[in-house]
Design a protein around this ligand. Structure first.
Ligand code: XIL
Length: 402
């Protein structure tokens, strides 16, 4: 059920919807004017103060949360304004692509760590935590893996890959997405697991092999299972949540090391399903299993919102607010990361053929969007909503698994 109106409050003070939309319209014109002056959108100082106590990392920290984003390694090197915005807003980072298998081990045993090393060095210099993404996934695999997989090789190659990649950053990662997107109930298996190249070669045990190898390679990192489609009240999302819970319970029974679940949070508008009891029950169940939860890849596909910028901002803000208001009251949730920080660097444009997207906290010129205000305000509401008894399932004692 939606609990919020459509008004975005960029100033953090009560403003009428009309004032807000007028502001957004002026903002549109300014962006358009800037866009006419240069083919690459220039980054200019934001019209409002978003640093220090106005930053997302600050509002998150006040609620015991980390805020961060997926980072584009090339842009971090070349775009000083982007790097500045990341330093200002983020307390945790994850490389968007440069730690995927294809990028980091394009040929067997030949590793390319330059980009990831640079991102990790940037994070450490600026006291920002790092997540690793991702060790075992059915996508972004180099040809040599897909071509040659036999059960014996698969096990040896996967273990060596994890030793090398997670081992390189051992003790320096807050968490690792060890296994990514292993659930696909549509594939028809009773356990809901995806019929992936890993499953076909090694059986369901591949998940356990990966997690054990990751624990050995980096005992300090929180080992995370990460997946999409776990957020709204659609029947398919509930089925996916059920499959994740089944997997988590099986891992616990078998004493497999696992510390967290990543809810990717790729949202879209319009979405009539809303967020509610299904997500709350899921979070409570994960908490009972002593698992932390991270929102790992939040963004909003607004390609079907064929309207002007202000309307897109309002729709994106409402969707983010409704999702975070449902998720954040649960104390299992410890971090929120967006998949990209500015729409200048986002997969949304290509993926959804949507150059006008407003689906991240900052736009093409690094100005805050409706999404920025929605995230900030949802952080601010966390404790208030958590105090309402109907918002969360009663706390159960947390059992210690390791
Ligand atoms: C995406 C990147 O953003 C793109 O740049 C790349 O071309 C494809 O992958 N779920 C994930 C991420 O776990 O790794 C994906 O990232 C987005 C969906």
């Amino acid at each position: 059920m939606r609990r919020r109106g459509t008004a975005i409050n960029l100033t953090n003070k009560a403003v009428s919807r009309r004032t807000m939309l007028a502001g957004a319209a002026a903002f549109t014109f300014a962006s358009w004017l800037e866009g006419c002056r240069a083919s690459v959108p220039p980054h200019h100082a934001p019209a409002m103060d978003i640093g220090g106590s106005n930053s997302l990392r600050y509002h998150a920290a006040a609620q015991q949360l980390l805020f961060g984003c997926a980072v584009n390694a090339k842009a971090l090197r070349e775009d000083a304004a982007y790097a500045h915005l990341i330093r200002q807003q983020c307390s945790i980072l994850v490389p968007e692509n440069c730690l995927k298998w294809k990028a980091v081990e394009p040929e067997q045993g030949r590793f390319r760590f330059e980009d990831a090393d640079a991102v990790v060095a940037f994070a450490e210099k600026n006291k920002i935590k790092m997540r690793g993404h991702t060790l075992v996934w059915h996508e972004a695999l180099p040809d040599w893996v897909e071509r040659g997989l036999t059960p014996t090789d698969a096990r040896a190659w996967m273990t060596a890959h994890i030793q090398n990649v997670a081992g390189r950053y051992s003790g320096r990662m807050h968490s690792w997405d060890v296994v990514n997107e292993a659930i696909a109930p549509r594939d028809g298996r009773p356990d809901g697991l995806r019929d992936s190249v890993w499953l076909r070669t090694l059986g369901p045990e591949y998940i356990e092999i990966a997690l054990r190898a990751a624990r050995a390679a980096d005992p300090a990192a929180l080992l995370t299972y990460n997946d999409w489609g776990l957020d709204d009240e659609a029947a398919e999302s509930e089925e996916r949540r059920r499959a994740v819970l089944t997997l988590m319970r099986r891992l616990r029974q078998r004493n497999v090391p696992i510390d967290a679940v990543g809810i990717q949070g790729h949202l879209y508008v319009p979405n009539q399903r809303g967020y509610g009891a299904g997500l709350r029950r899921f979070l409570a169940a994960l908490r009972e299993l002593d698992l932390q939860v991270f929102v790992t890849e939040m963004d909003v596909d607004d390609s079907r919102a064929l309207t002007d910028e202000a309307a897109r901002d309002a729709a994106v803000a409402q969707e983010i607010g409704a999702f975070l208001d449902t998720a954040l009251p649960d104390p299992a949730v410890r971090a929120v990361l967006t998949w990209g920080l500015t729409t200048h660097y986002t997969w949304l444009k290509e993926r959804y053929k949507n150059p006008a997207t407003r689906g991240l906290p900052f736009d093409d010129t690094l100005q805050p969007t409706g999404g920025f205000a929605a995230i900030r305000d949802a952080f601010d509401r966390r404790k208030i909503l958590a105090a309402k008894p109907q918002q969360v399932a009663p706390l159960t004692p947390i059992r210690k698994w390791r």
